[in-house]
Design a protein around this ligand. Structure first.
Ligand SMILES: [Zn+2]
Length: 256
């Protein structure tokens, strides 16, 4: 691993236009379970994957009640960013980060201090709730307060033309069956076309279309560095694969 780290470090040091793609693996050290890893939520319980689909959310109030209750129950568990998230802030301070694309909905890149302008949360964020009818957004904490007070299937209270909207609320995350935000996807594609280095961290690179930024960057001539605890779908495209603990490897790649 030491050889791979020093090779990857040289590539990172020489790069001027870095695009980073992060997945669940960067947040597991912060206590957030991933979905597809060996201990993943969906690996152990395929039923959980079904429950996250958009159609089920819209059609089944019992699924919504259970999900809101679970959210309230875990709201007091404060998650903190780790050395992996913080290492990426260093990359930005060196003015070499063009875009930080994350598949994670946990907001930990924001908490670590990454510039929100440079972050694309391609699968949305659980820090906000959105109304599926009028599109109004609000802080998740406000909705969870309502749930905690007994409103177990909260609907939109945005007043439109004198009456409350009443639309379904949902975390502003992208569920299965929902489209990605087109501008986010376009921005990610463009950045990967102009990158001289694409750094993929903690992603199995098996979720499309966002995993396509790796072959896109490769075709445009970028170096590809993959840092992950397990093999990924795109290891054969990489110039260097660092298979190591992300909280150790990533700081080693970007340290001065
Ligand atoms: Zn609404």
């Amino acid at each position: 691993v030491a050889d791979e780290i020093s090779t990857a470090r040289a590539l990172v040091t020489n790069a001027r236009h870095v695009v980073v793609l992060t997945g669940a693996g960067i947040s597991t050290a912060s206590g957030i379970p991933d979905f597809r890893g060996p201990e993943g939520v969906w690996t152990k319980d395929p039923h959980a994957e079904m429950l996250s689909s958009f159609d089920v959310w819209r059609s089944d109030p019992e699924v919504r009640r259970r999900a809101w209750r679970a959210r309230v129950a875990r709201r007091d568990t404060v998650r903190q960013p780790n050395d992996g998230h913080r290492a990426l802030v260093q990359l930005e301070r060196d003015d070499r980060l063009d875009l930080l694309i994350t598949q994670n909905i946990d907001g930990l890149h924001h908490l670590a201090g990454s510039n929100p302008q440079l972050i694309v949360e391609i699968h949305g964020s659980e820090r906000e709730a959105v109304c599926l009818r009028c599109g109004a957004r609000q802080a998740m904490a406000i909705v969870l307060d309502r749930v905690a007070l007994g409103d177990d299937d909260p609907h939109c209270d945005n007043v439109l033309g004198g009456t409350a909207c009443g639309g379904l609320l949902k975390s502003s995350t992208i569920s299965f069956g929902q489209s990605l935000v087109a501008t986010d996807l376009l921005r990610s594609e463009r950045a990967s076309q102009h990158a001289d280095l694409l750094l993929a961290v903690g992603s199995t690179l098996s979720v499309y279309p966002i995993a396509n930024v790796v072959p896109t960057a490769k075709r445009a001539g970028a170096q590809i560095v993959i840092v992950n605890g397990q093999p990924t779908e795109m290891d054969d495209l990489a110039d260097v694969v660092v298979r190591d603990d992300i909280t150790v490897a990533l700081p080693a790649l970007v340290a001065d």
